[in-house]
Design a protein around this ligand. Structure first.
Ligand code: CA
Ligand code: CA
Length: 348
């Protein structure tokens, strides 16, 4: 049989004995308390009870502190990703900052003539006066329009509030639609916060620079009948499905509405669907002319800021509206089935 001494060498056993005292009030220790009178016994019981509660409180506090420490570790780990170091990448290279981040293409700095002359290939007055714009530094642009997959990753982690409808056309690699200008900003902000590098909408000047990719004409293609190799536009298929009141392109691109991104030929910078598929929100407030616009590629933050500029035309647009220099003002709060966006990412 184990001796009392053997039991008492263990701290746990000591505690067990101490807590056992009230239950053993008829035994020797209890008898000693009884000899001291009911008041002394009561006091001892109270002291033991207080001690028990103190130990319990300490244990609870320690458990809560450990839980909070673990939670802090999780929060710190979740949003930050190991982003790509794009600084050394030459133009034309692609990268992703995280597995759910959009694929980005490095764009070289350069100069170009923005806009068109009135009447040139159906151009409107608001596309002028034509002006020289210099993009001073390399930056990156998403290879594709932001897709439903891209967008839904943001919704999944509750950093994008709005889950847009897909009109029954399907989600996955189709361009996200039914997003306001502010929805688009929220997505870019999520990427910025997750990666620690700045994502944003393209300025109008940047948009036209990357859409042209060195070309001075109106489009990637010559002859309207060739549009369907290069872009998702209002075509013969679209005409039979939608019966819009305007002219369709005289070819078939195979899609009555939006097409999954990257289905048509890339432009000179390796970007897809700059023209057609969906109009793309840009950062700029609406101004009906380029008079007074900055020449360094910056967005215009003055003018009618309730309307923002969309670029590039869409699956529902006639040839005149699918051009590098075409621009259109849209209420920033509008959600519609032919406007999406792509993102720029700064490289510093
Ligand atoms: Ca089409
Ligand atoms: Ca587009």
């Amino acid at each position: 049989m184990m001796s009392m001494k053997a039991i008492l060498v263990s701290g746990t056993a000591i505690a067990a004995v101490a807590f056992a005292i009230p239950a053993q009030s008829d035994g020797l220790p209890g008898a000693q308390i009884a000899q001291s009178g009911p008041t002394a016994k009561q006091k001892e019981l109270e002291r033991l009870e207080t001690e028990r509660k103190r130990k319990e409180a300490e244990a609870r506090k320690a458990a809560a502190a450990a839980k909070a420490k673990a939670a802090r570790k999780t929060v710190k780990r979740t949003p930050k990703v190991r982003r790509a170091d794009a600084r050394g990448l030459p133009p034309g290279n692609t990268f992703r900052d995280c597995s759910t981040c959009p694929e980005m293409v490095v764009i070289p700095p350069g100069s170009y003539m923005m806009g068109s002359n009135p009447g040139q290939d159906g151009a409107a007055k608001d596309e002028g006066p034509p002006r020289n714009v210099s993009i001073p530094k390399k930056f990156a642009v998403s290879r594709n329009e932001i897709t439903f997959d891209d967008w839904d990753a943001c919704v999944k982690v509750r950093r994008c509030n709005h889950r847009p409808a897909d009109e029954g056309w399907g989600r996955s690699s189709r361009p996200v639609i039914n997003v306001t200008w502010r929805d688009a900003l929220q997505y870019a902000e999520w990427l910025s916060q997750s990666t620690g590098v700045r994502y944003r909408l393209l300025s109008e000047a940047e948009w036209e620079y990357v859409a042209r990719a060195g070309q001075s004409g109106s489009r990637n293609w010559q002859g309207e009948g060739n549009a369907c190799q290069y872009a998702s536009v209002y075509d013969k298929v679209g005409e039979s499905a939608n019966t819009f009141k305007w002219k369709a392109h005289s070819c078939s691109d195979g899609f009555p509405q939006s097409a999954p991104v990257g289905n048509f030929l890339a432009n000179g910078f390796g970007l897809y669907d700059m023209l057609g598929n969906v109009w793309e929100w840009t950062a700029d407030c609406w101004n009906p002319s380029y008079a007074g616009a900055p020449a360094n590629g910056a967005a215009r933050n003055g003018g009618d800021c309730s309307q923002r500029v969309v670029r590039g035309g869409s699956w529902g647009d006639k040839p005149q509206d699918v051009r590098f220099s075409d621009r259109f003002p849209v209420q920033a709060r509008i959600r519609t089935s032919n406007i999406g966006f792509r993102v720029a990412r700064e490289i510093r």
